[in-house]
Design a protein around this ligand. Structure first.
Ligand SMILES: [Fe+2]
Length: 302
């Protein structure tokens, strides 16, 4: 097993210094500066396909390390998004939500997190809870959380509660502050932090203007089912109400109860293209046909 695979199983994350060379890093920083932004539940910078392709070979080479690892096999990656503190990115402890709603598991899911603008090594990193430390401190809680997602950890009076933001209720109550287990890999622009999808993480601080590219790799052959998608709770419904992507998922599952992830993603992709096309048509339509603009989704942090 390679060092990277080994570390992902043992600790859940790996720091790869100098993953990108300075030219690639600068090209991505430039892509962000010239960029477009998606505003759904929070504001993300859109990485252009051309910019992602600049580093495509490096990511493909990285993913070959998982070819013979049946328990963790992210084999394909999609687009990328820029997480920028200047756009209000500052999250508390959580396991990612939306990727879990789509993939329905975080097994076979890898977050490739690459700061491209990072003025200070020791600030504005990503804090993580290493899996070995979580498992050692609270094996029962970790057994519930492993490969999962859509969870938020809140600490009060020395206790931590971990909410299930997919189906409601609590995943776990811990008699310590999750923060005690925190580690913060210090990154410079061009480094990569590889993270399993089930890692608890938070923004270290938003004191500096950091921009990080996040590319997500997944396994297109896993099965997704309507029953999982239809489970919900107020937190999940809030995401669904604020991102039109979920309408496309609902439609895909209206026709079929079970499919493979790549089929679901194709439906989502087609629906997005149709939305973009409709928006373009609307832009070019005579003014009197325009819809009011105040019904656009609000930009909120989760
Ligand atoms: Fe996250």
């Amino acid at each position: 097993m390679s060092h990277i695979v080994d570390q992902l199983f043992e600790r859940g994350f790996v720091h790869v210094p100098g993953f990108l060379d300075p030219e690639e890093t600068e090209a991505l920083a430039q892509d962000y500066r010239q960029g477009q932004f998606h505003r759904t539940v929070y504001t993300l910078g859109h990485a252009t396909p051309e910019a992602i392709e600049l580093i495509g070979d490096k990511i493909r080479a990285l993913l070959t390390q998982f070819e013979d690892v049946p328990q963790f096999k992210p084999s394909r990656f999609g687009g990328g998004a820029y997480f920028a503190t200047e756009k209000g990115i500052n999250f508390g402890w959580h396991q990612d939500h939306e990727s879990y709603f789509i993939n329905q598991t975080h097994q076979h899911y890898l977050n490739i997190y690459i700061p491209v603008i990072k003025p200070e090594r020791e600030h504005t990193n990503l804090c993580v809870i290493p899996i070995d430390r979580f498992k050692e401190r609270s094996p029962d809680a970790w057994s519930v959380l492993e490969w999962g997602g859509a969870a938020t950890a809140k600490t009060e009076g020395g206790q931590t509660t971990i909410s299930n933001d997919h189906a409601g209720g609590l995943h776990a109550e811990l008699d310590f502050e999750l923060e005690e287990l925190c580690e913060t890999p210090e990154l410079v622009a061009g480094d990569a932090l590889l993270l399993r999808g089930d890692m608890f993480h938070r923004t270290q601080d938003n004191d500096t203007e950091r921009v990080a590219l996040s590319v997500r790799a997944f396994n297109p052959d896993i099965t997704v089912v309507k029953e999982h998608y239809e489970q919900n709770c107020p937190a999940k419904r809030w995401f669904q109400a604020n991102n039109p992507m979920y309408g496309a998922i609902t439609e895909a599952f209206a026709e079929r109860d079970i499919m493979i992830l790549s089929e679901l993603m194709m439906s989502m992709f087609n629906a997005r293209r149709a939305r973009e096309q409709a928006a373009q048509n609307q832009q070019h339509a005579p003014q009197k046909n325009s819809l009011p603009q105040d019904n656009l989704p609000q930009n909120k942090e989760k």
